[in-house]
Design a protein around this ligand. Structure first.
Ligand code: FAD
Length: 619
């Protein structure tokens, strides 16, 4: 059994029933470096954008120090957060032991200011590269990461849409980590359908607004990590039109800023309760009551949803990264266990004669599970960081056309990163439990926590059903299919670039066929949708899967192409051997899932809509 060295070093989870046999997180620096430097070459891109200051040594320093923070400071708090959970008393939330210390260290060491605008106290590191650090934070402790992640997104939204006064008042405090942020959309009757939300905003004589209503499921709505909590709240003005066109966005702090800009008088916003949840036990999911609380308009009246999308789009990519970070952790636990656990003998002959049995990694079926995990994790990393590289291009590229192309690509990839990588996380964490056998189902090994934590990722930030509709309805049909053709063209470029390598040629040919299949499917669904709008909803989730598997195949083609070149230079380096084997596993055993999803997408709406609601329920 593996021991969590870190938790013992800090002593934060002594005395908990499950503290003895938990896996250890080690940041996968070799693979992160491979993707950042060899596959995507962030340094070269920064040079092309005139950011010569972002040299490899600097990026390396961030990766190494970031890994240390995630391994030594965060990872020890992950288990304790799950087991200890949160304490709710008199409207206040106490975070688990070690959380405040880790948060203070995160701020003191300057991590929290890393990507923020230097005009407000940030260090101005491009957000795309920071996804590599973000992955490590999630693997270290996903629930802990939510506090700072929400704050970063909320600050970004204020920076994008706020008046100068709002920016001056909130950004320095939030960027320094003294004040945190939330996003308040959901109400009891209004989740996916934000058009029916009821929270009201009454204009006041001094230019502020009185906000009244109750929001539910608000992550980090109340906690003890920061001096103040800044809520971004969706509400309706008195004369607002019905539906999503009548929603405005407001900044509502827990404590109103005083004359010095510090947290002053208490505002009329309180946490009524926190939810008892399946996972992310250390992240408070709060019922928030706004009682005539003072708020300030962010952006223009009735354009709040568009402003909130600044936060939601960032958060959607963040949730995709959560899925990926949890997958990495589940994979690490699985590979360690598979090498350690002795059961049965290899069919091809005994491998460990000195032991009572061979380690389970000798069994083909266990290898099937491990390679599937590895394929999702390493391919998912390329997909996340590739999206990050486009985010940097969208901000830094001097060529406006290139910036637009990057924005289009990000728009297309966002529902895929969110929807597909979170579904992958469900599979990878479930496989981790399976690889651990019965020991995976009991709490001590710790892998069941990963499966529970992962389960929220397909739900929040727009359910994956909504992501699928966004992809097929808005991103594909909304652009007349152009966005799908644009990404297909990028994939063709990669096929041309790497398809001549002998190891890559069969993969490139396979991907070329899949691209044609994807194009045909998109055109067929477009025709069907013209006759019946239900066809979009009926096909969307399977279409998202088809798109996800093909985009991941693209990532694997590029990674394998780079690995093949490196392998030719140094055949003794097992890292590249493993890359090529994993790429082949992806293409031969995972990519064919496209066929079944394409068939399901084509099956149409008729069958789904055939039963009345009453007919469904006949028992
Ligand atoms: C742990 C946790 C943290 C959260 N954090 C936050 C937060 O910080 N801030 C915040 O505002 N919210 C937060 N949420 C809320 C979360 O975003 C919502 O739960 C989510 O958007 C779904 O809304 P709902 O729960 O009301 O489900 P519903 O909208 O009732 O959906 C139920 C089901 O119906 C499907 N469905 C609904 N409408 C459609 C449609 N038009 N087409 C197809 N399918 C549809 C959905 O996909 C889903 O499967 C959090 C939730 C949880 C559990």
């Amino acid at each position: 059994m593996l021991h969590c060295r870190n938790s013992r070093t800090l002593g934060v989870n002594r005395g908990l029933p499950e503290d003895s046999i938990v896996y250890t997180y080690r940041a996968p620096l070799r693979d992160i470096r491979f993707v950042v430097h060899d596959v995507l070459d962030f340094e070269e891109n920064y040079r092309a954008y005139g950011r010569e200051d972002l040299k490899r040594e600097l990026l390396e320093g961030i990766l190494e120090e970031g890994a240390r923070f995630a391994e030594d400071v965060l990872a020890p708090t992950n288990r304790v957060g799950d087991v200890h959970g949160l304490v709710f008393e008199n409207g206040e939330v106490r975070t688990p032991p070690g959380f405040k210390e880790a948060y203070d260290r995160y701020c003191k060491d300057g991590w929290i200011t890393m990507t923020a605008d230097p005009a407000w106290g940030g260090q101005g590191l491009p957000g795309g590269f920071s996804l590599a650090f973000g992955e490590m934070l999630v693997s270290g402790n996903m629930a802990w990461r939510m506090y700072s992640g929400l704050t970063e997104s909320a600050a970004l939204t204020i920076a994008a849409h706020g008046s100068d006064t709002l920016k001056r008042t909130y950004l320095p405090k939030m960027i320094a980590g003294d004040w945190s942020g939330t996003m308040c959309l959901t109400e009891a009757h209004s989740g996916t359908d934000l058009g029916i939300l009821k929270t009201r905003a009454e204009p006041q004589a001094d230019g502020s607004y009185a906000i009244t209503g109750t929001k539910i499921f608000i992550s980090a709505g109340e906690h003890d990590l920061t001096q103040n909590i800044v809520h971004l709240v969706l509400a309706r003005l008195p004369d607002a039109p019905a539906g999503t066109r009548g929603i405005s966005l407001f900044v509502v702090p827990k404590f109103r800023p005083d004359a010095n800009g510090d947290a002053g008088e208490r505002n009329g916003v309180v946490c009524g309760s926190i939810e008892h949840k399946m996972g992310i036990h250390a992240s408070p999911t709060c019922v928030m009551h706004f009682n005539d609380s003072t708020g300030w308009l962010l952006g223009k009246p009735n354009e709040g949803l568009a402003c909130m999308f600044t936060m939601m789009n960032q958060a959607r990519l963040g949730v995709g990264l959560q899925g990926h970070g949890l997958s990495e952790l589940a994979w690490q636990a699985s590979i360690a266990y598979a090498n350690d656990r002795l059961q049965g003998r290899a069919m091809s002959g005994v491998k460990e004669p000195g032991k009572a049995a061979d380690p389970i990694i000798v069994h083909p079926d266990v290898r099937r599970m491990l390679l599937t995990q590895k394929a999702f994790v390493e391919g998912g990393r390329v997909l996340c960081f590739l999206t990050g590289r486009e985010i940097d291009s969208a901000h830094l590229n001097p060529d406006p056309q290139a910036r637009q192309a990057s924005n289009d690509l990000i728009a297309f990839l966002t529902p895929i990163v969110k929807g597909f990588l979170t579904e992958a996380a469900m599979e990878v964490t479930s496989l981790a439990v399976q690889i651990h056998g019965g020991h995976g189902f009991i709490r001590q090994t710790g892998v069941e926590q990963l499966m529970r934590d992962a389960r929220i990722t397909p739900i929040y930030e727009g359910t994956n059903g909504v992501q699928a509709l966004d992809l097929l309805g808005r991103k594909v049909f909304g652009t007349g299919g152009k966005s799908q053709q644009m990404i297909a063209a990028r994939i063709v470029d990669s096929i041309k670039k790497f398809g001549g390598l002998p190891e890559i040629a069969p993969l490139a040919a396979d991907l070329g066929r899949r691209l044609e299949q994807w194009g045909r499917l998109t055109a067929e669904l477009g025709l069907a949708a013209k006759n019946n709008p239900d066809e979009v909803g009926a096909a969307a989730t399977d279409y998202l899967h088809v798109s996800g598997y093909i985009c991941l195949a693209w990532c694997w083609l590029v990674a394998a192409g780079v690995a093949a070149k490196k392998h030719a230079e140094d055949p003794s380096d097992d890292f590249y051997t493993a890359k090529l084997v994993t790429a082949r596993h992806y293409f031969s055993r995972i990519l064919p899932r496209v066929d079944s999803h394409a068939a399901a997408a084509r099956a149409g709406a008729t069958g789904l809509m055939a039963l009345t609601a009453d007919q469904f329920a006949i028992a």
